[in-house]
Design a protein around this ligand. Structure first.
Ligand SMILES: Nc1ncnc2c1ncn2[C@@H]1O[C@H](COP(=O)(O)OP(=O)(O)O)[C@@H](O)[C@H]1O
Ligand SMILES: [Mg+2]
Length: 838
């Protein structure tokens, strides 16, 4: 039965029925009404609805679908209207296709329906209830990208997901049964033992990977499934079989499925029950912040809502007939993209139906329209009737469910096993084994059986420090080899060190995660991590023991300090182990030597530890490591970021705090010898400044840039698919920016390295002659560096150049130039275009 036949208010030119615009209750055939009946609806509540799955979830016990209704959905991001009065209804057993040109807002709508982003206005109901946190658990969302651990098999992946998402009360055998049923249904049984893989590691095919993704989501037996372009990147037959599987699943289990889809074949297109065609937002006026955009009916976004099979009639009726040999999906996409006039015709015609529609009502025209209000009343009646998956949400909503389905221990066990499986190939790779052996044996040989003498205390401490940053699996091999080769403090210390180093590794990993969460962008994370690493190593207690009193607190930011101190405390325990040096720093040794020069004296362990200034007892240091994750919160990490920049600033002032040659200079000839080399300590300039603060970041930046260039090069040489927008539009711009920054880095290196190299010569070869002219050139270069950067920016960055030239002409040449604002505005539009294209 067609909707326009049921409604008095339909426009006269409507010759075809758009079933989707009609009252959903009238849409259901007799059999369908039975399926959507109360009896079936309650079936879902036999399940444990707090968990999303039943124990022994059999076919017949699957939770039934819930009706999804959305209307008047408006979304605005950064002042730009993305969705405008979008509406629709999907019932259990139905498959709704979301179609539209790229950028028309399909993903955004899916995000609103899943509650991931908040709409500015509008209403989304699930089973007749507004979308709450609890109800969101009835939904699943299959994102466009399949994100997996590539080294895990399909079976492992699904089992991990089952352990994490299903409650512990579901036994292993039951989880196994659920997985078997799902893989059978999704047709991935044959690849259960194949690894998932990714672009670099060969694994299951693209279609199979998508099915695995869907299977992961279906483990919890959701009522509603939302998928974002599940067929993108798949060939046509794989796409067809995937959508056929989804359709079969929706009908068989009466699930509600909404999927965005890009350019489906006509075979695929006809499998969809309903279609929501969205036009793109080109006609949407840009909101400039001064005056709100005026949205006329033709600016709205729904170009068609209704039965997918009626789309051909819809366009024919509009005077745009689709010929028999054309794919209706391609045809309508071309039409909505054709020209603003055609688009307006389509949206206008669609709106004529929406005025009288319950499923896709037009809200933005006039909220107070009595006709619309009666429509809203009609909608609530449908909800109360509860014959189509409506109303079911009420009961589900009331059930309070725990935040996590599985227990902490189950999560810990599963994640540990998953990480191990994922890392196994790397851990056992030849290069890694070699690396572990080399980094264990070489330090072991360098400090082979370090004599237990006062002179060797620093070497022993150095050995302890080098163990800290290694990952746990290599830890055992590394510590076992290096500990015994160097002859550290016996079996007790060996096991205790192992525990402390493991703790320190966990803490470092937690810190790494925290930094990545705070920054979100990989380049910023890398830049900040470098500062943290340098700071941690410097302040970790080995290189610098004494800091000015007002900077002492800084060392507590270095997590390595605590494990270093704890391991030192475990190493230096025995008062009679370490022989005094002839020139001892220890008062005890000096006294013993004075009393009896021929007898071997031993330095008290405490005096050694005092050299390292260890404020906490061994258990205190361990406690800090254990509590670190709780203590370092996001906010505190933010403060730490600020502190790090401040420290970087302070480092430049260190010579003024005492690390200089002032003591060596005769106060009488101060004026005569006041040259840089005489005044500044070369120890500071070479070890601290050059080796500590200049060289490591430079090398790291070099590595980062190499990686960035490789990545951009890879993207640019990628074959451009017909559907994707040209990557060169975006990546050429990125490449140019990266080149500018690399140039800045290169000039920095060229400008500063000569001076640092000359400093090294002064320190390591005091008798070597350095031509004065070289020194002057090096000094000139270092000063020129600061002057060069603005010139590079001016020549390589258009925005900078435009502003620079405009100011130059206006103020120095007294010429009238186009408004600076205009120029910048044009730049902004260019940038926006590139972003839109992407
Ligand atoms: N976080 C965001 N910030 C700014 N614009 C966004 C954001 N997310 C999406 N958009 C914009 O919203 C529009 C719709 O995006 P999207 O929903 O991803 O489109 P589709 O999935 O139909 O291709 C695009 O023009 C996009 O640039
Ligand atoms: Mg999208």
């Amino acid at each position: 039965m067609s909707s326009y036949q049921d409604s008095d208010s339909l426009p006269p030119r409507s010759k075809v029925g758009l079933a989707g615009f009609s009252n959903p209750g009238l849409e259901l055939g007799e059999g369908e009404c039975e399926r959507a009946g109360m009896e079936d609806k309650m079936e879902g509540f036999h399940l444990d609805s707090t968990t999303g799955a039943s124990a022994g979830q059999a076919e017949s016990q699957k939770r039934r679908g819930l009706a999804v209704r959305f209307r008047g959905v408006e979304v605005e991001i950064q002042g730009r209207q993305i969705l405008r009065d979008v509406a629709g209804t999907v019932l259990p057993g139905e498959l709704l296709a979301l179609m539209g040109p790229s950028g028309s807002g399909k993903t955004t709508l899916l995000s609103v329906l899943t509650g991931r982003i908040q709409a500015k206005s509008g209403q989304v109901t699930l089973g007749g209830r507004p979308l709450t946190k609890n109800l969101r658990r009835m939904l699943c969302y299959v994102m466009q990208q399949d994100i997996f651990f590539p080294n895990l098999t399909v079976k492992d992946t699904l089992m991990c997901q089952a352990h994490l998402r299903l409650p512990d009360s579901v036994t292993f055998a039951e989880k196994d049964k659920i997985i078997s049923v799902l893989v059978e249904e999704l047709g991935i049984k044959k690849c259960l033992n194949t690894i998932v893989g990714n672009d670099f590691v060969r694994g299951v095919s693209g279609g199979e990977r998508k099915r695995v993704n869907i299977a992961c989501e279906l483990l919890t037996d959701p009522s509603v499934m939302l998928l974002d372009e599940p067929t993108s990147g798949l060939d046509s037959s794989t796409s067809h079989s995937l959508i056929a599987t989804l359709k079969h699943y929706a009908v068989k289990h009466q699930k509600t499925i909404i999927s965005s889809i890009h350019q489906p074949s006509s075979l695929i297109f006809h499998m969809f029950d309903k279609l929501l065609l969205m036009s793109d937002g080109e006609m949407c006026p840009l909101y400039n912040g001064d005056s709100p955009p005026v949205i006329s009916a033709s600016d709205l976004q729904v170009a068609y809502y209704g039965q997918a099979s009626r789309i051909v009639d819809f366009f024919a009726d509009l005077g745009m007939p689709c010929t028999a040999h054309e794919n209706p999906a391609d045809y309508m996409l071309d039409k909505v993209k054709e020209s603003p006039e055609v688009r307006q015709d389509i949206v206008d015609y669609s709106n004529e139906f929406r005025i009288s529609s319950v499923e896709c009502p037009l809200l933005s025209k006039d909220e107070t329209d009595p006709h619309l209000q009666s429509m809203a009343g009609e909608l609530s009646e449908v909800k109360i009737a509860g014959t189509d998956g409506e109303g079911a949400g009420a009961e589900l909503e009331e059930v309070e469910s725990p935040q996590w389905a599985s227990s902490f221990w189950m999560q810990l066990r599963t994640l540990t096993a998953r990480n191990f499986k994922q890392q196994r190939p790397q851990i056992l790779s030849l290069i890694n084994v070699m690396k572990t052996l080399v980094t264990s044996i070489i330090p072991g040989l360098i400090w082979f059986q370090v004599p237990r003498e006062e002179d060797q205390v620093k070497a022993r401490a150095g050995m302890v420090l080098s163990e800290l940053p290694l990952a746990i699996p290599q830890l055992l091999v590394h510590i076992t080899i290096s500990f015994w080769l160097t002859g550290l403090n016996g079996a007790g210390a060996y096991f205790a060190d192992m525990g402390i180093i493991a703790l320190s590794t966990f803490t470092a990993e937690a810190l790494g995660l925290l930094i990545s969460v705070v920054f979100l962008r990989i380049d910023q994370t890398m830049a900040f991590s470098t500062s943290v690493i340098v700071l941690t190593v410097l302040l970790g207690g080995f290189y610098i023991q004494k800091l000015p009193f007002w900077l002492v607190w800084l060392r507590y930011l270095a997590i390595i300090l605590f494990s270093f101190h704890a391991t030192l405390q475990l190493e230096f325990t025995d008062d009679t182990s370490f022989r005094c040096a002839i020139q001892s720093f220890s008062p005890h040794c000096a006294a013993a030597h004075l009393n009896n020069p021929n007898e071997t004296a031993y330095i008290p362990a405490q005096e050694i530890l005092d050299q390292f200034i260890i404020p906490l007892p061994v258990w205190g240091n361990i406690l800090v490591l254990v509590l670190y994750r709780r203590v370092v919160t996001q906010k505190r990490a933010g403060v730490a970021v600020m502190v790090c920049w401040a420290v970087a600033f302070i480092v430049g002032f260190i010579p003024m705090l005492g690390w200089n040659n002032l003591e060596k200079i005769n106060s009488t000839d101060l004026l005569v010898t006041c040259q840089f080399e005489n005044v500044i300590s070369m120890d500071y300039m070479v070890y601290f400044n050059f080796f500590g603060w200049v060289l490591p970041p430079l090398v790291l930046m070099l590595l980062i840039y190499t990686e960035i260039f490789c990545m951009i090069h890879k993207q640019l040489t990628k074959k451009v698919s017909a559907s994707a927008s040209d990557p060169s539009r975006y990546y050429n711009k990125e490449l140019r920016l990266a080149k500018s920054l690399a140039l800045v880095l290169f000039l920095f290196a060229v400008s500063w390295l000569p001076l640092h190299i000359l400093n090294c010569v002064t320190l390591f070869c005091p008798s070597c002659k350095k031509p004065m002219v070289l020194t002057y050139i090096a000094i000139f270069l270092s000063h020129a560096n600061s002057a060069v950067n603005p010139i590079i920016y001016a020549f390589r960055i258009k925005k900078f150049r435009t502003a620079f030239l405009t100011i130059w002409r206006q103020y120095f040449c007294c010429k009238k130039t186009p408004d600076l604002e205009d120029n910048l505005q044009n730049e902004k539009t260019d940038h926006q275009e590139v972003q839109n294209a992407v």
